[in-house]
Design a binder for this molecule. Structure first.
Ligand SMILES: Cc1cc2nc3c(=O)[nH]c(=O)nc-3n(C[C@H](O)[C@H](O)[C@H](O)COP(=O)(O)OP(=O)(O)OC[C@H]3O[C@@H](n4cnc5c(N)ncnc54)[C@H](O)[C@@H]3O)c2cc1C
Length: 338
């Protein structure tokens, strides 16, 4: 749906991506096992990120991804490099026409089952050390010699484990595998993370709405002290506050997605949207648990599963602190358009 037409997709933009993810999480809440794969997740399936791959890579990789029979992962973070991704130490050393890559990655989502990995490595250490480029992205088949999934990391709330630690040892890549320009891989990384911020904002806002709707329903049937608990403002006012916050976050998300569709990188707006959406979404789910009393903790309702998932989103695709750092940086540079 949201993959560019030049790659064989439907050509709908960022706004459609935001709204479609919202709808999936609104309908399904945390019970979204297959829904997550109905729409291509930016890091697992085809997305605008792949506009940067070479014509040769398009021929080799796109058909399976577009059919949904193959999937990808995005290998940027390392044990020593998270928020400050420029600290990565995975190296790609020139050899013949190509490069030989060694290093390791961590927290790589979908890596245990992915067919390809967009792998980031230092190609010019001098540029990288002064944060002026020097990092490149390569698309790598996960079955290539030298690419190993070392272990699946079990994170709380992720049944089965989607995140993995990777070891890359003398992995040879050819020029067709370069994604974007040599030494300019960070642009691809930042764009990928932007797509992740849209996805996670949509997920947070509508998981929150899903939870508030469950709480409103329950509050009208559950009785205490002779009345439905919905008649007590102590129960309904927190839900009203969350509804207001979710509405604001929703409008911020629509605005950020529209800016992206206009070609504006919307760095400040997207950072604000993601930071705010995950906080209010998480708070809404927490309040919905409280409305349900002890029932809020039962597994069949899925509220605690949604709570777990949104707690994790406070870190994935940029922690709240790093988003605030970005917002503050933009404000200090004079970007005061609010
Ligand atoms: C569920 C999940 C999936 C993920 N999937 C992927 C993936 O597919 N691919 C991938 O490459 N990575 C992935 N990540 C990794 C993610 O990008 C990193 O976790 C994130 O960038 C933070 O890095 P870190 O965990 O190393 O924390 P650190 O960078 O070590 O930060 C630790 C703490 O210090 C704070 N901090 C750091 N610097 C500052 C500062 N300047 N000012 C204030 N506070 C600061 C942070 O906000 C955080 O609270 C995933 C993470 C999670 C949780």
């Amino acid at each position: 749906m949201c993959v560019p037409k030049t790659l064989g997709g439907g050509g709908l933009g960022h706004l459609a991506y935001y709204v479609a993810w919202q709808e999936l999480f609104h309908r399904c809440g945390p019970h979204n096992r297959l829904a997550l794969y109905a729409l291509a997740h930016w890091a697992f399936g085809p997305s605008r990120l792949l506009e940067r791959i070479t014509p040769d890579a398009r021929e080799r990789i796109l058909p399976g991804l577009m059919e949904g029979t193959r999937s990808m992962c995005f290998g940027l973070s390392e044990p020593g490099a998270g928020s400050d991704a420029s600290m990565i130490t995975t190296r790609a050393v020139k050899e013949g026409d190509g490069w030989r890559i060694s290093g390791g990655k961590i927290w790589t989502s979908n890596a245990p089952i992915a067919d390809f990995c967009v792998l980031f490595a230092v190609t010019d250490a001098d540029q990288a050390v002064v944060k002026r480029g020097g990092i490149s992205a390569f698309i790598v088949p996960t079955e290539a010699p030298g690419f190993t999934v070392k272990r699946v990391i079990q994170l709380f709330g992720h049944i089965g484990g989607d995140e993995a630690e990777l070891v890359v040892e003398d992995l040879y890549v050819e020029p067709w595998q370069l994604v974007g320009e040599l030494n300019q891989g960070f642009a691809a990384a930042l764009y990928g993370v932007s797509l992740g911020r849209i996805y996670n904002s949509a997920r947070s806002v509508r998981s929150g709405r899903w939870a508030i709707e469950r709480a409103l329903e329950y509050s009208q049937t559950r009785e205490a002290f002779g009345n439905p608990i919905a008649s007590y403002q102590g129960v309904t006012f927190p839900l009203a506050e969350s509804a207001t916050e979710l509405h604001a976050a929703h409008l911020m998300g629509i605005n950020a997605a529209m800016l992206l569709d206009q070609g504006n990188p919307a760095v400040k707006e997207l950072s604000m949207t993601k930071a705010y959406s995950v906080q209010v979404g998480f708070r809404a789910v927490d309040r919905a648990i409280q409305t349900h009393g002890a029932r809020g903790f039962t597994n069949e309702l899925g509220l605690t599963e949604a709570w777990h998932a949104l707690r994790i989103v406070n870190v994935a695709d940029g922690t709240n602190e790093i988003l605030n750092r970005t917002i503050a940086g933009r404000l200090l540079k004079g970007d005061l358009d609010l």
